[in-house]
Design a protein around this ligand. Structure first.
Ligand SMILES: Cc1cc2nc3c(=O)[nH]c(=O)nc-3n(C[C@H](O)[C@H](O)[C@H](O)COP(=O)(O)OP(=O)(O)OC[C@H]3O[C@@H](n4cnc5c(N)ncnc54)[C@H](O)[C@@H]3O)c2cc1C
Length: 539
């Protein structure tokens, strides 16, 4: 008989959104169990984040301006109600962070520091000292002071258990103990981050594999705008020590950087807007003019002295410059290879103002949610999202524990694991092929024939039998479950790309290059009788 752990609230994910929701639920008197695939504070995307977190928090800042800008970049498909909550509640959530111990960059008069851009003072960008690492550390420490929060690390959730259309628990694997566990939950908050790992080039963490979205979709939740993925223009791909580090695009001009194709020719005579640059680079790379590792060169060429270049890099890049230097990268002298990398997933699970999904008992917060930012997002609104909606999810849960017999769900998982032990293909090989095909066929520039080819290839990969021994520390098992989810999610993403027959924000269709009024709508992806189906929701 499997032992069943019970918790009022189960939070899945140990990033900024998961920890913030756990704190709120605990402060409302509930027992909370945080399940995290890696280490809390070290896994997921949050520890990689820079230091920008938005809030119109000073007396003379205008919340209306923050909203206006957020809506403008959303290009018609951001959710006005959710964005309104994000900007309105951001100042209070930053004050909570100060209470938890976070330090922010301040002016001499103790106001929150905002940068000046083109001679104009920014209205809402604040900077947390130490970036995402310190944000997660502060939240983790706050969680550890609350006896009602239990952090369960190295635990991967494999399945949701449902009863009467409600999520009532989860089945997970304790990676270190190599043991399946069953958890009965009064409510589940999903905070598993994005799915950037579906693409060959990315600057996020390798655990951003998106199985949270697949679990939600399989249990009946609606996913929206999966095609909206923000690619960062300048991500280091070589040398390998700095693989995945990014350089801000807006500094290219001021530091005298040249961006060259594999034949050492300038990619463009002018500095293009980021989206135009992304498309040009992508076409160059896919057209065969790539560097040896599949990207373009970044080379500083200026009359300034080395000292001046270093000073301006340090000033413009802050901790990112030091970080790259520590990894052995000499931006000012080396010829470095870069490529655009998947950076943030705008699409995800549809939520309401209380972070409720379309499935009873299931809430979602942070990057895993999908209908907030629209077709693009304002820089530094993502960390704010983790705090505003993490808080809202923790506040909204009203857990009801039901006694559930987990036997049937447990047997299903056991059978799945059994099947993996007699498979043929290594999860790593399938993952690598999938990431390459997603980059080549469903990357930055999409077209119907390429997307259909992607679906065919995904279907072929999905039919391969994945092999995973249930060995000590069961890493193969984790890799197998990750790749199974990645295959399903890739199919959902490609179908969403096919459905949106227009170009808007971060979704570009070569065969439909214009934005279309008809598409001022969300694509909606659902699982109907085991099939992934995409339609749309009018706004
Ligand atoms: C390089 C970089 C810089 C960035 N800089 C900024 C910035 O300056 N400002 C800004 O606003 N945004 C920034 N972002 C975006 C921002 O960091 C993220 O959107 C945000 O941190 C996501 O937080 P999260 O809690 O939703 O997810 P994550 O931090 O990714 O946490 C997800 C958690 O879920 C766990 N998990 C996943 N699947 C499972 C499973 N099956 N079982 C158990 N646990 C699971 C993971 O291990 C992890 O602990 C940046 C992103 C990148 C990549």
């Amino acid at each position: 008989m499997t032992e069943i752990i019970k918790s009022d609230v189960v939070v899945i994910g140990g990033g900024a959104a998961g920890l913030r929701s756990a704190l709120e639920a605990a402060d409302r008197g509930y027992k909370v169990l945080v399940l995290c695939k890696g280490l809390v504070g070290k896994s997921g995307i949050t520890p990689l984040a820079s230091d920008g977190i938005s809030a119109a928090i000073n007396k003379d800042d205008q919340i209306e301006l923050h909203l206006e800008e957020s809506l403008r970049v959303a290009q018609g498909i951001g959710d006005p109600k959710l964005l309104n909550l994000l900007v309105k509640e951001a100042p209070d959530r930053l004050k909570d962070l100060v209470e938890y111990g976070a330090k922010f960059k301040l002016e001499d008069d103790a106001r929150f520091f905002h940068p000046t851009r083109s001679g104009k003072r920014d209205n809402h960008t604040c900077y947390i000292k130490g970036g995402g690492v310190s944000l997660n550390n502060v939240l983790r420490k706050a969680a550890q002071t609350r006896p009602s929060i239990q952090l369960h690390e190295d635990v991967m959730v494999l399945k949701f258990v449902k009863e009467d259309d409600q999520v009532t628990g989860v089945i997970a694997v304790d990676i270190a103990l190599n043991k399946l566990i069953a958890i009965s939950a009064g409510a589940v908050i999903l905070a598993t981050g994005g799915y950037e790992e579906l693409w060959h080039f990315t600057d996020t963490s390798t655990d951003s594999t998106g199985e949270g979205l697949v679990l939600a979709m399989e249990s009946g939740a609606d996913l929206v705008d999966l095609e909206m993925v923000l690619f960062h223009p300048l991500v280091v791909i070589h040398p390998p020590s700095a693989n995945g580090c990014f350089v801000p695009y807006d500094i290219v001009n001021s530091i005298g950087a040249r961006l060259l194709n594999g034949k050492m020719r300038d990619l463009s005579q002018d500095i293009l807007p980021p989206t135009a640059f992304l498309r040009l680079v992508y076409k160059t790379i896919c057209g065969g003019d790539a560097t040896p590792h599949g990207g373009f060169y970044f080379k500083i060429q200026t009359d300034k002295s080395e000292g001046q270049v270093i000073d301006s890099l340090r000033e413009r890049m802050g901790i990112r410059f030091t970080h790259l230097e520590k990894l052995g990268v000499r931006l000012h002298t080396d010829l470095i290879e870069m490529a655009p990398g998947a950076h943030y997933c705008l699409g995800g699970i549809q939520i309401d103002e209380d972070c409720k999904t379309s499935v009873g008992g299931l809430f979602a917060a942070g990057e895993v949610s999908g209908n907030i930012h629209g077709a693009s997002r304002l820089f530094s609104n993502a960390l704010t999202e983790t705090q505003v909606f993490g808080y809202r999810a923790g506040r909204a849960v009203k857990p009801k524990l039901r006694l559930k017999d987990f036997k049937e769900s447990m047997t299903q998982v056991e059978k799945e694991i059994q099947k993996l032990s007699s498979g043929d293909e290594s999860p790593a090989k399938i993952r690598s092929e999938l990431k390459t095909l997603m980059w080549n066929l469903a990357g930055l520039v999409r077209r119907e024939d390429l997307l259909r080819k992607a679906l065919e290839k995904i279907s072929i990969l999905s039919r391969q039998s994945i092999r995973a021994e249930r060995n000590t520390f069961c890493h193969q098992l984790v890799a197998a479950f990750e790749v199974k989810a990645m295959l399903k999610l890739s199919e959902a993403v490609v179908k969403s790309c096919l459905a949106r027959t227009e170009s808007r924000g971060h979704h570009y269709r070569d065969d439909y290059p214009q934005m279309s009024e008809d598409w001022t709508a969300h694509t909606r992806t659902r699982m109907i009788k085991e099939e992934i189906v995409v339609d749309h929701i009018e706004l």
